[in-house]
Design a protein around this ligand. Structure first.
Ligand SMILES: N[C@H](CCC[C@H](N)C(=O)O)C(=O)O
Length: 278
């Protein structure tokens, strides 16, 4: 049966969003084929909306075909679609990482409550106990590392955040692809490169687990703000400047929840191509 999709993006981090049954389960090869920018639809993540007995449910797959538990920009896009469909200004939905809530924040702008960051080493997860404010990891010569002692944060998906002004493509791609599958991260990791420009401003680029260098990463922006605030580099609220635009991130002191606000765009619609169920 043909499955329609809506093509969307959040600051250029792009998605195909489908509405399917709860147990829809595309193969990794099918997702990879649909994600291919040359021969498929082309997207960073695939997002599936479904109705469960407990209400709306949202799932995420990276372009490498792997299903993951969280996607900030994708949650913002899904929330906007659901609010548009129901004519509401607020929506709650389940995700594999836990329940989220969202509300409109202006024209095609949405605030998602991304829940509390997970900060214990075994919640990232790391392969061994470490202080997640600055883990024992460095890149480059032992006696003169290029980057080192990153923060580690989970927003329902694993992130490591280097604080550096080294953000050129070659370095981000080379270092990100190296760290993504490092044995210290049993579930892999999203790799952020954060340049703190002020108490309330961070320039961030992210090499995403399973998707590579994207134009923006919502959970990465949340993780970078939390990691920076934990080290006293910023306040608990900041503007995150990503390649594709800006996100406002607030780590609320009273609730411990991270609020992410940013835009969403609808690019068009289509039908998922039938692929061989390889
Ligand atoms: N690559 C991420 C999922 C998508 C995250 C990103 N697109 C976002 O907006 O949070 C992971 O494997 O955990």
């Amino acid at each position: 049966m043909a499955t329609p999709y809506v093509k969307m993006n959040g600051l250029g981090n792009d998605f195909a969003v489908v509405r399917v049954g709860r147990d829809w389960s595309p193969s990794e090869a099918q997702v990879r084929a649909w994600a291919d920018r040359a021969s498929g639809i082309g997207f960073d993540q695939l997002i599936a909306l479904s109705e469960g007995d407990g209400g709306p449910w949202v799932r995420f797959w990276n372009s490498d075909g792997g299903e993951v538990s969280a996607c900030g920009n994708g949650s913002r896009a899904a929330a906007w679609l659901m609010m548009e469909a129901t004519g509401t200004d607020r929506v709650g939905f389940g995700t594999p990482a836990g329940p989220l809530s969202a509300e409109r924040a202006g024209d095609r702008r949405v605030t998602v409550d991304m829940g509390a960051p997970r900060l214990n080493w075994d919640r990232i997860p790391l392969a061994e106990e470490m202080d997640t404010r600055g883990i024992e990891l460095q890149v480059g010569p032992i006696d003169d590392p290029v980057v080192h002692t990153p923060g580690a944060v989970s927003m329902g998906n694993p992130h490591v955040v280097f604080f550096t002004d080294r953000q050129d493509d070659a370095f981000v791609r080379g270092t990100g692809s190296l760290i993504e599958h490092h044995p210290l991260f049993p579930e892999g990791v999203n790799v952020g490169f954060a340049n703190v420009l002020g108490r309330d401003r961070i320039r961030l680029r992210v090499w995403e687990r399973g998707a590579g260098l994207t134009k923006a990463c919502g959970t990465g922006a949340c993780a970078a703000l939390v990691a920076a605030a934990r080290r006293g580099l910023t306040d608990r609220a900041a503007t995150l400047q990503l390649d594709g635009g800006e996100l406002r991130i607030v780590w609320d002191e009273a609730t411990d929840h991270v609020l992410m606000t940013g835009g969403v765009e609808v690019e068009g619609t289509g039908v998922l191509p039938e692929t061989s169920p390889a």
